[in-house]
Design a protein around this ligand. Structure first.
Ligand code: GAR
Length: 195
């Protein structure tokens, strides 16, 4: 059974979808802990599912490295096989990436390498393109630059707002994320040989 730690910053709707999938006895992975960089609303999902959680507040640390060290200490308690960044809106320090690489994956609401960064949905709308997408990638030291594990296109409608477009992308992200976690757990997808 693959053990998974999930890190969030926000509402945690993708986390919730993973928790629901992992509750199924046939699902080959279990979420063992949820961590956040703030008092994220999504921590309530962990509580509801009886999953332990922790918070390492970004603003209580003097540097990214100090924050990352504490995050690493908290994660190490759970010895997760896989770390999923599911809406964590912070870059991990390279020391923490190195500690888990390539076993850290990230969901992103755009068709990478298009529109990386914190505003993937907004940036796609601003660019005036007709389609964007959702991606699941391996985390490396860059901003959304790691190998793509799964991605899918999502059309943009003329009347889309950032909210409506993001709400259409999220179900695609969830499906891709759950499928990637399942394939990693069953050995169908190897992170070490990701392109
Ligand atoms: C998701 O769309 C995720 O891909 C995005 O934040 C959202 C979190 O939603 N992450 C990024 O943009 C990272 N660059 P959620 O908290 O409801 O799951």
């Amino acid at each position: 059974m693959l053990t998974v730690a999930v890190l969030i910053s926000g509402a945690g709707s993708n986390l919730r979808a993973l928790l629901e999938a992992a509750r199924h006895p046939d699902f080959p992975a279990r979420v063992v802990v949820v961590g956040a960089d703030r008092e994220a609303d999504g921590l309530a999902h962990a509580e509801e599912f009886g999953i332990p959680s922790f918070t390492v507040p970004w603003h209580e640390h003097e540097s990214r490295e100090a924050w990352g060290e504490e995050l690493g200490r908290q994660l190490a308690v759970w010895t997760p096989d896989l770390v999923v960044l599911s809406g964590l809106m912070r870059l991990l320090p390279s020391s923490l990436v190195a500690a888990y690489a390539p076993r850290i994956i990230n969901t992103h609401p755009a068709y990478l390498p298009e529109f990386p960064g914190a505003h993937g949905v907004r940036d796609a709308l601003a660019a005036g393109v007709r389609e964007t997408g959702a991606s699941v990638i391996v985390v490396d030291d860059g901003v959304d630059t790691g190998p793509v594990l799964a991605q899918e296109r999502v059309p943009i409608r003329a009347d889309d707002t950032e909210h409506t477009l993001h709400e259409r992308i999220k179900p695609v992200e969830r499906r891709l994320l759950i499928d990637v976690v399942r394939r990693i757990a069953t050995g169908d997808l190897s992170l070490t040989s990701a392109p």
